[in-house]
Structure formats: C-alpha cells, structure tokens
Design a binder for this molecule. Structure first.
Ligand SMILES: N[C@@H](CCC(=O)N[C@@H](CS)C(=O)NCC(=O)O)C(=O)O
Length: 209
C-alpha cells in the first residue's frame, strides 16, 4: 500500500495531520511550501486542480478536500481502531459533524475574517457583513456547546468527528474568537487535547512534517 499526505503546517491540512496522529497509519508526508507557490506548480495541480492542501494519494488515487479525507481515512482505517463508526446511523452523525464544520461553521468564520482582517484589502471589507459573520460563528459554537452538554464526545466515544471539529475550532481560538461562554465546549476541548495524538500533532506541525 502507498499512502502520501501533502501537508503544509498552519493550514487546513492541520486537520489531516491530527487525523493521522490519531490513526497512526504509516504514510509518507510531503511538505508543500504554500509561501513559495508549492501548491500552484504544474505537478501539484495535476494532483489537485484546486491547488490546495490537504491532499491524500492512496495507491495512486488523489483525494482532496479535508472533509472527504477525514471520512475516507475514518472508514478505511478508523473503524478497526475504534475511531470511526461502522456503517449505520452513528456513521451518519459523524459525517454530519465533519461536514458541518467545513460548510456551516467555516462559512460563518470566513465571512467574519474576510470582512474584518487586515490581510484583506480595505475596499473589499464590509464591517456589517463581518459582524453578521461573527454572530453566525457564535451561533455555531452555541450549537456545539449544547451538543456537548449531555455527552463527552460528538458521537458516542471519541471519534475522528471530534478530531476534525477540534482542529477547526483551534483555528477559531487562534483567531482570538471568544470561547468564554461555552463551558461544555471548553471541557470537551480539554478532554480532546489531553490525548497523546494531539501533542504528537503539535510536534509534527512544529517540525514541518
Ligand atoms: N476546502 C478545502 C480548503 C483547503 C484550503 O483552503 N487550503 C489552503 C490552505 S488553508 C491552501 O492550500 N491554499 C493554497 C495556497 O494558498 O496556495 C479543504 O477543506 O481541504
């Protein structure tokens, strides 16, 4: 079997890095230097025409989009390791949370950042749209907090749905979004970040692989 992970630290690919740290599946990691245009070379665009990381190449077949990668790695390697539900309603719930993170939560956060952050040219920013994006982000965090009020993890015991959503919420924390009002979400964060895989993922991010 050949399994290659195209990675860039401090990017969406950190989700996949954490998924790999949980799964401990042997694979090769190739660092893509985004600052040097590494995702825009003709060779890379053949693997992912979107020019983005993460990308997984499994036995010669390229799989892109972090949600698809988490679900694919989950069903391929995670079920046997107790980290992803077998086919059935719990599998559906795991897929719902993974998709929700990238579609619903990330859309709200992107709306906030695109309209407020200095790296976007001032003439392209709309402060009112930014405020609406931040409100939508907090509505999502409230949903997550409420879901975690009655259970320790998103779907039964710890799964890659927790891994995926955790990694995305870390990005929000990095952007100084206020988590003060989400006690259940914060307790879950502590449970998840106490796992050895989380510490290993930070080391891999720092080492660039
Ligand atoms: N929807 C994609 C988003 C991936 C994405 O936006 N990746 C960014 C880094 S965060 C990227 O590779 N950008 C390429 C570049 O900046 O050249 C996913 O979830 O995998």
């Amino acid at each position: 079997m050949s399994l290659t992970f195209f990675y860039s630290p401090m990017s969406t690919a950190d989700i996949t890095n954490l998924v790999f740290c949980e799964l401990e599946v042997p694979h090769e990691t190739i660092i893509v230097d985004l600052k040097k245009g590494g995702s825009q070379t003709p060779e890379f665009l053949k693997i992912n025409p979107n020019g983005k990381v993460p990308v997984l190449v499994h036995d010669g077949v390229a799989i892109w989009e972090s949600t698809a990668i988490t679900m694919y790695l989950g069903e391929t390697f995670g079920v046997a390791k107790g980290l992803y539900p077998a086919p059935g309603p719990q599998r559906g719930q795991a897929m719902a949370w993974i998709t929700w993170a990238n579609v619903t939560l990330a859309e709200a956060v992107n709306r906030f950042t695109r309209n407020t952050m200095e790296w976007v040219p001032a003439e392209e920013r709309n402060p009112k749209a930014g405020e609406a994006g931040l409100r939508a982000t907090h509505a999502c965090l409230q949903i997550l907090n409420d879901a975690l009020a009655a259970q320790q993890f998103l779907v039964g015991s710890y799964t890659l749905a927790d891994t995926h959503v955790l990694s995305l919420t870390d990005w929000l924390r990095h952007m100084q979004i206020d988590f003060t009002n989400y006690p259940h979400l914060n307790a879950w964060h502590q449970r998840c970040t106490a796992r050895p895989a989380y510490k290993a993922s930070l080391a891999a991010m720092g080492a660039g692989a």
